[in-house]
Design a protein around this ligand. Structure first.
Ligand code: BG6
Length: 481
């Protein structure tokens, strides 16, 4: 299958930090279809060779095993071309069309790795230039809008030029092998399904913790905050996969329909419930990984009086027969105690204890990163005689070890899916809008709340109010229990 992949924003961070390394890995693994051309597009004048030299230099910042040798790069670089474009000029899209039509590849993918405020302009111009034939797909990077209205506007413009199945919205968490394993755990194995419901499960905790601060992205982050940056997309996508009903088949439509139902079943927030069930925080200086780090307000390009949240913890429920009354706790933040993304499914305790001492309920820990695996926590008897207290033991599955050679990074997976037209791991517009609809009352309540985010020390697990939120139900975050 021949393809043309056009990267708008070809000199930007995303292009050289994530996309080119992912394309190189796909090429190295012989997964990139053979007859391919990659055209990077940006504002400044460069030749193909100058752009290739720029990308080669940037590979120095990629982790060592993923860097090409000189010989590999020389071969990979044959696929790469460069073109200067002024995104406002229709003639530049006409020239692009000529370049594409001259070869007539089987498919063309436009990857919009630009600032999101250019998405509507690019999609409109692509449509007007006739660059929207059925064999064309357009990939949109997050953030897709700032709120429901702006997301709807982007979707309206995209829809005017492309059908829903031509528009691929990326949430890179869906490309992570660990997240695909979550789907496999639930729908490729019968073991847990009878237990996957309110009768057996006490609560579910989804944590995406980062050690990093906002780095050099202070201006972007300050306009965004953790709710828009991580909860509206990554955390909610994880929740949908955990809570969805088994789809009728593995098709994108069947899977996305079930995910949408979960989003529609989430308990809506009101001004009152935001005060009670959502905690926002902002990091102060502290210690992370043994080194002192500054607070959010001291970060580059962050206003000294910023009220932007760098931490969110919240409690919600999925209001349907399977999940009624089971709390789902979501938590994410920057400058937390560890880089750690995991989902903890806490089962109910035994109904009638017969062993001495306190008993712990079973739990399943789905580890997403840095490790990718599963831990099933059980109780066992050591065989120590009468009145023995049971001891905690765990079954531990390490997918990184089990599947090391076959692992494919998130962007590699998603780029290959985009080229092949596999839509399962992309977010449909109605899912994305529903997620915005759900977070809007939180944004609204915060706009009217002058108290601002609660401070927490860098290197901690967020403000104490986050522990209080979950303790109110008689539970504790996993690291506190
Ligand atoms: C991005 C956010 O979507 O995800 C970043 O914009 C965040 O702020 C990143 O750091 C986390 O991704 P990962 O794959 O490192 O967990």
């Amino acid at each position: 299958m021949s393809f043309d992949l056009v990267l708008f924003g070809g000199t930007g961070d995303l292009a050289w930090r994530k996309l080119m390394p992912a394309l190189f890995q796909a090429w190295r693994h012989c997964k990139l279809p053979a007859e391919g051309r990659i055209l990077a597009v940006a504002r400044d004048e460069r030749s193909d060779d100058q752009y290739r030299a720029f990308i080669k230099e940037k590979f120095a910042e990629v982790e060592a095993p993923k860097r090409p040798t000189d010989e590999e790069f020389a071969r990979f670089a044959q696929l790469i071309h460069y073109s200067r474009m002024d995104l406002a000029q229709p003639e530049h899209y006409a020239s692009l069309k000529q370049w594409i039509d001259a070869r007539g590849a089987d498919c063309t993918v436009f990857f919009l790795a630009t600032s999101p405020h250019l998405f509507t302009q690019i999609c409109e111009q692509l449509g007007r230039a006739g660059l929207n034939a059925p064999n064309v797909r357009v990939v949109l990077e997050k953030p897709l809008g700032h709120d429901l209205a702006s997301a709807q506007e982007i979707n309206r413009v995209v829809r005017a030029s492309f059908t829903e199945s031509q528009a691929l919205r990326i949430d890179h968490y869906l490309g992570k092998p660990a997240v695909q394993n979550l789907t496999a755990l639930r729908f490729g194995n019968a073991l847990f399904e009878p237990l996957w419901r309110r009768e057996s499960i006490a609560n579910i905790q989804i944590t995406i913790a980062e050690e990093l601060g906002v780095g050099t992205r202070g201006d972007f982050y300050d306009r965004t905050g953790a709710l828009r940056d991580m909860v509206q997309n990554h955390a909610l996508q994880l929740l949908t996969i955990i809570a969805m009903e088994p789809p009728a088949n593995g098709d994108a439509a069947a899977i996305r329909d079930e995910k949408l139902k979960v989003l529609k079943s989430l308990r809506p927030f009101s001004a009152d419930s935001v005060g009670r069930d959502v905690v926002r925080g902002q990091y102060r200086g502290g210690t992370v990984g043994g080194g002192a780090v500054p607070g959010y307000l001291e970060e580059l390009k962050v206003p000294a009086d910023s009220m932007t949240e760098t931490f969110v913890a919240l409690r919600t429920e999925v209001q349907n027969w399977r999940w009624a009354g089971v709390p789902f706790y979501l938590r994410t933040g920057k400058r937390l105690g560890a880089r750690d993304a995991q989902i903890v499914v806490n089962f109910r305790p035994v109904p009638h204890p017969i062993f001495a001492g306190t008993t712990r309920a079973n739990k399943l820990v789905i580890k997403l990163q840095p490790e990718d695996g599963l831990e099933l926590h059980l109780l066992a008897a050591k065989g120590g005689g009468n009145n023995e207290q049971l001891s905690p033991v765990k079954l531990n599955l390490d997918f990184d070890e089990a599947f090391a050679a076959d692992r494919v990074g998130a962007y590699e997976k998603l780029l290959l899916d985009a080229l092949a037209g596999r839509l399962n791991l992309f977010v449909r517009s109605d899912e994305q809008e529903e997620a915005w609809r759900w977070v809007e009352p939180v944004l609204e309540a915060w706009r009217n709340d002058t108290a601002g985010p609660r401070p927490y020390s860098a290197g901690s697990w967020g403000p104490p109010a986050s522990s209080a939120l979950i303790a109110r139900d008689g539970f504790a975050w996993d690291e506190e229990s």
